[in-house]
Design a protein around this ligand. Structure first.
Ligand code: HPA
Ligand code: MG
Length: 210
C-alpha cells in the first residue's frame, strides 16, 4: 500500500495553460494543466528516495511499462541513480521494457496485450519495481516468474468508482477520474510530446479521434 500520496481534489480546476509554455500545435486541444512538469519532477525525486529507503541493498530490476510509463521510468531511474551515486550504498540496477496496449480514444478496451514481455525469466529471485499504469494483469504475469519481491511505482492513480484492489506501492499523485495526457501519456498516440500532465479538451478529443 502506498503510504503518502499527493491528493488532487475532484474540484481542482488546474492551472491555466497561459501560465506555462507548451507546444503550440496543441493550442485549443487542452483544458488545463493538472500537474506541471516541475512538480512531477519534484515528486519523482521523493519517490526515488522512498524506494531507496525500502529496498536497502537489494539489486533492482526495473520493468518499465511502455509506452506511457517511459518518461516516469526514465526520470525515476535517473533520480535513483543520483541518490545511489551520492551515497555509500550503491544499488545495482538493470532496466527492462515491456509494452501494454489497452486504450482506444479515451476508452479502455477489453483486450490487454503484453508485447515483448513473454520471457521474464530474468526476474527469478530478484526484486523489481514496475512503472506504468495498467498493473493488474501484468502483476499476475510477473508473479509467475518468481521474483523475490515486487514493488509497483505509479505516477498517477485515478479515483475510479469500481477501483480494482491493486494500488501501487509508490504513488505520485491521486487524481480525479478525468482523461489526462502529457508526460508520455497519450490520446491515440498524440500528446506524448507534452511535458505537463494536462486535461484534454473536447476539441482535442474530436481532433484526434479514430
Ligand atoms: N490518459 C492516457 N492514457 C490512459 C489514461 C489517461 O487518463 N487512463 C488510462 N490510460
Ligand atoms: Mg495510451
Amino acid at each position: 500500500m502506498a503510504t503518502l500520496t499527493h491528493f488532487i481534489k475532484d474540484d481542482w480546476p488546474g492551472y491555466s495553460l497561459d501560465l506555462f509554455s507548451y507546444p503550440a500545435h496543441y493550442s485549443g486541444d487542452l483544458d488545463c494543466v493538472i500537474i506541471p512538469h516541475g512538480v512531477i519532477m519534484d515528486r519523482t525525486e521523493r519517490l526515488a528516495r522512498n524506494i531507496m529507503d525500502d529496498l536497502g541493498n537489494h539489486a533492482i530490476v526495473v520493468l518499465c511499462v511502455l509506452k506511457g510509463g517511459y518518461q516516469f521510468c526514465a526520470d525515476l531511474v535517473d533520480r535513483i541513480k543520483d541518490l545511489s551515486h551520492n551515497s555509500n550504498r550503491t544499488i545495482p540496477m538493470t532496466v527492462h521494457f515491456i509494452r501494454l496496449k489497452s486504450y482506444l480514444n479515451d476508452e479502455s478496451t477489453e483486450d490487454l496485450h503484453i508485447l515483448g514481455g513473454e520471457d521474464l525469466s530474468f526476474l527469478a529471485g530478484k526484486g523489481i519495481v514496475g512503472t506504468g499504469k495498467t498493473m493488474k494483469t501484468l502483476l499476475k504475469h510477473v508473479e509467475a516468474f518468481g521474483p523475490k519481491m515486487i514493488k509497483v511505482a505509479g505516477l498517477l492513480v485515478k479515483r475510479v468508482l469500481h477501483s480494482s484492489a491493486c494500488v501501487p506501492d509508490y504513488v505520485g499523485f491521486e487524481i480525479p477520474n478525468r482523461f489526462v495526457v502529457g508526460y508520455a501519456l497519450d490520446y491515440n498516440e498524440y500528446f506524448r510530446d507534452l511535458s505537463h500532465i494536462c486535461v484534454i479538451s473536447d476539441t482535442g478529443k474530436m481532433k484526434y479521434k479514430i
